[in-house]
Design a protein around this ligand. Sequence first.
Ligand SMILES: [Zn+2]
Length: 213
Amino acid sequence: MVTVEVDPARVESRLAAGEIGCPCCVDGTLGGWGHARPRRVVGVADPVRPRRARCRSCLVTHVLLPVTLLLRRAYAAELVWAALAGKAVGSGHRRIAERLSVPATTVRGWLRVFAGRLHAVWAWFIDVAVTAGVDVTVPDATGRWGGALIAVRTAAAAIRSRFGAVSVLGPVTPCRVAVACSGGRLLAPGWPSPRAAVRGQHESALTIGGASL
Ligand SMILES: [Zn+2]
């Protein structure tokens, strides 16, 4: 899975130009390789039909998921992010669900997953911030809801200050940074894996910034 921008035309032109790197090998680039099946996503107007791509070097195929979506979630990432932010300021899952018009059990599921990885999320995005930024002040509050979200916001601020407010993946918002720098896996099982950590953090920070290593 590779996170890409929302605009399919830009994805095509970057694929054709060999500008999307393979996450599996060091210097492979991805070329177009059909499409994944279309799916409806709550919060996204049109059905989403993710592009598939194959590495020209190692031949592994990948789904290119727009930065507005999280892996295997049928809701726009903005809705998930709004729920997490609501919890961080003290709202319960029922109130959040009502405000977002999402089933309460769905919101409760998101919050449960995130609650189990607060420290990991904090550590991941602080590393992104330190990689991308200059003289980043590391916020404390690890292991708490607010801390995890502040870490994502700190990473977004560091990326913006180094690369500008608009990246190759679009506007650099905390939600998009949360998606792009987790490879869409913010709520996916097993993320972040310790093995993926070093390479993933460094590459994701620089990828969303539009720079290459
Ligand atoms: Zn490859």
